[in-house]
Ligand binder design. Structure first.
Ligand code: MG
Length: 258
């Protein structure tokens, strides 16, 4: 009984500490620099919904793309424990994230994802995964067609910093497409020389337009940079829920010939 009271009291303290939850958002998180909102702000308005055009087909990659997943095997990934069937891969919850064998810097990246029909849960626990550029900068994957969570944590958000400009998410059972254009941050020794930038087209709709990345993705804190090499692997997040991916390809971007 004593133990139970102790656990209950601790739970209450923890609840007081975390003012809010992952459905409504939070009120006790730090201020985001240069924005009027806090991290995962409960008062931050949600982007308006936009119905994307007709579903894009599972299009063939351009000829100079490196195919990271063609629907058949996970040979481009380290220690893959996810299931491959019917032309897609599916997260085996809590088996660990996927990470590419190769490393990448500036790139164009195409990823298709789907929350299978019937996935349950709420807030951050409904089809949560993520495309983690350089393993550090997460573009959120989540059921955000009809699932409330804080605006900077919904699908296509630059997690914890910027919600998408609009919500172009397709419902469960339909494929979503991310076309990502990424400029890596540049470091001069331990100092940030130039921040990273992200452009994201979600289902044919522009949702981040050369938006500055302020640091490594983190929950309930302000993202900050930590120096890392010029190239790093790409990872896909295992957040303990079922999400499918298909048709993943990447093109390394080089500056114009001068
Ligand atoms: Mg995630």
């Amino acid at each position: 009984m004593k133990y139970f009271i102790l656990v209950a009291a601790f739970g209450l303290l923890a609840a007081q500490h975390e003012a809010g939850d992952d459905k409504r958002g939070y009120t006790d998180t730090p201020q985001l620099p240069g924005q009027k909102w806090k991290v995962h702000d409960a008062d931050r308005p949600h982007p308006r919904k936009v119905t994307p055009g007709l579903p894009l087909l599972n299009e063939a990659p351009p000829s100079d793309a490196l195919i990271l997943f063609d629907g058949k095997d996970l040979s481009q990934w380290v220690n893959p424990r996810w299931k491959v069937e019917n032309g897609y891969m599916e997260i085996v919850p809590r088996s660990g994230g996927l990470r590419t064998k190769e490393k990448f810097g500036d790139c164009q990246l195409h990823v298709e994802w789907m929350i299978p029909q019937g996935v349950e849960g709420a807030g951050q626990n409904r089809g949560n995964s993520g495309v983690e550029l350089m393993t550090h900068y997460e573009i959120q994957v989540l059921e955000s067609y009809e699932n409330l969570t804080y605006a900077d944590g919904q699908a296509a958000s630059m997690y914890g910093v910027w919600p998408p400009l609009v919500n172009a998410t397709r419902p469960q059972g339909e494929w979503n497409v991310y076309d990502i254009f990424f400029e890596t941050p540049k470091f001069d020794g331990n100092k940030l020389a130039q921040p990273g930038y992200l452009t994201l087209v979600h289902n044919g709709v522009l949702v981040h337009n050369h938006q500055q990345i302020i640091g490594e993705t983190i929950h309930r804190k302000v993202a900050t940079y930590k120096p890392h090499p010029a190239e790093e692997p790409l990872s896909l997040q295992d957040h303990g829920q079922t999400v499918r991916y298909r048709n993943i390809w990447i093109r390394r971007l080089k500056p114009y010939d001068q």
